[in-house]
Design a protein around this ligand. Sequence first.
Ligand SMILES: [Zn+2]
Length: 171
Amino acid sequence: MPSGALLMSSGCYLVQTDDGQNVLIDSGMPTGVDSPGPTVEESPEILMQLEDLGVTPHDVNTVICTHYDLDHVGRHERFINAAHIVQRRHYEHAAAGAQRFAAGRPHWDAPGTRRRLVEGDTELFDGLRLIETSGHAPGHQSVLVALPETGKVLLACIPSAITRSCWIAFA
Ligand SMILES: [Zn+2]
């Protein structure tokens, strides 16, 4: 890694439920983005990573978006069969024109997006709970999943956004 380089991981997750639902949590950075700052060395984008798992964009039933920063919304427009889940507070803030989320808008606000707005902590599926964790961004959300072997795992919870509600959720 060149000196002065920043190693950054932009995590996204695929959860497959017992009844065959594919739930994508965030989708990483879109490829081909011109960075005004340092050179970006890209990992394979989300569509290629899903293909390696045998999952096409049409197979994704739900996209959970923690927030609309560019490194979380790559290729949202390709998941046209999915319900896109976002906190109402976050969506309304971004849709009102917040500059921070403008670069990713072609992805998170593509025509035809089936959006479902939620308010606060929400049990989305049995064993998958959304937790409103504003802090990194207004209306940011994290995801608590109960895995059969591992137990409860908190995903996409940015440290600065950890609030009391996160810790309560583990109890
Ligand atoms: Zn962010």
